[in-house]
Design a protein around this ligand. Structure first.
Ligand code: MN
Length: 251
C-alpha cells in the first residue's frame, strides 16, 4: 500500500513525525509531501500568483513552498506520475478540527484535495486543551481507528475526519462515529495592538470557543473523551433547500 502523508503545520511539525511513525507500521511505501511552513487556517487555498518549489528533505520526503492543497496537488502530479497513492493521511494536526473548523482547516483541505483526485483520504487532528498530553491519544489510538478504514470502500469525494480528545491514551473512552457539529459563532478573541511604527494591528486569538454540545456531534464526542470519526463530503449543496429555492424562482 502506497501512503502519502501531508499536513498544514509544516514539514517539521511534531504531529507529522508522530504520523510518520504510525504509517511506518502500515506500509514500507510511505511518502511525505507537506508545506515548508506552517499553514494552519489556509483552508483549500491554491497558490496561483507565484511559483511553488518542491524541496527534497530525504528519501520519499518533500516540502512544498506553498499551501497544503499545493503540496497534495504537486505530489500527485510530480511524485506519483507513475502510480497514485492508495491512501492520503493529513495530520496529525496540532489542535482539533471540529464543527465548522473544517472550513478553515488546511488539514481537512489537504485531505479533500486527495478526495477530489479520487484517492481515499483521512484527516487526523489532536485536540490540545492540556498540552501535557501532546499527541498521546493520537499515538495510542490511530492504528485502531485507521484499521477498519483500510478495508472499507469509502464513497468518492469523501474525507474521514478523525479527532482525538485531549487526554492521555489510557483515558480515552472509545470511538464514536458522529456528524459535524457547529460552533456558536465566535471566532475566539481579537487582540488589538500598535506596531513599532504606530499603526494599529489586529490579531485573531485562539481562546476557547463556547459550544452548545448538540447530541451526536463531533464536539460532543471529543468533549466526552471519545475519538470522533466524521465522514465529510466536498459537495456543499444543502439539498433540503433545493425545493424551497426552486419554488421561490418558479414563474
Ligand atoms: Mn494546523
Amino acid at each position: 500500500m502506497r501512503i502519502l502523508l501531508t499536513n498544514d503545520d509544516g514539514i517539521h511539525a511534531p504531529g507529522l513525525a508522530a504520523l510518520e511513525a504510525i504509517a511506518a507500521r502500515l506500509s514500507d511505501d510511505v511518502w511525505v509531501c507537506a508545506p515548508a511552513e506552517e499553514n494552519s487556517g489556509a483552508g483549500h487555498s491554491l497558490t496561483l500568483h507565484m511559483p511553488v518549489r518542491l524541496v527534497e528533505h530525504g528519501e520519499r520526503r518533500f516540502a512544498v513552498t506553498g499551501t497544503p492543497t499545493d503540496a497534495v496537488n504537486l505530489a500527485l502530479r510530480k511524485l506519483f506520475a507513475d502510480r497514485a497513492p492508495d491512501l492520503v493521511i493529513s495530520g496529525i494536526n496540532s489542535g482539533e478540527n471540529l464543527a465548522d473548523d473544517v472550513t478553515y482547516s488546511g488539514t481537512i483541505s489537504a485531505a479533500m484535495e486527495a478526495a477530489l483526485a479520487g484517492i481515499p483520504a483521512v484527516a487526523m487532528s489532536q485536540a490540545m486543551r492540556d498540552r501535557g498530553h501532546a499527541f498521546s491519544a493520537a499515538e495510542g489510538w490511530a492504528a485502531k481507528v485507521l484499521a477498519p478504514l483500510l478495508d472499507l470502500q469509502m464513497a468518492r469525494r469523501t474525507v474521514v475526519n478523525i479527532n482525538f480528545p485531549p487526554l492521555a491514551a489510557e483515558q480515552v473512552r472509545g470511538v464514536r462515529v458522529v456528524r459535524q457539529g457547529f460552533h456558536d459563532y465566535a471566532r475566539g478573541s481579537l487582540v488589538e495592538g500598535t506596531d513599532p511604527r504606530g499603526r494599529p494591528y489586529y490579531w485573531f486569538g485562539l481562546h476557547d470557543i463556547e459550544h452548545t454540545l448538540d447530541h451526536g456531534t463531533d464536539l460532543e464526542a471529543v468533549s466526552d473523551g471519545y475519538v470522533s470519526v466524521t465522514p465529510l463530503h466536498v459537495d456543499l449543496t444543502h439539498n433540503a433547500s433545493i425545493g424551497t429555492l426552486a419554488e421561490a424562482y418558479a414563474e
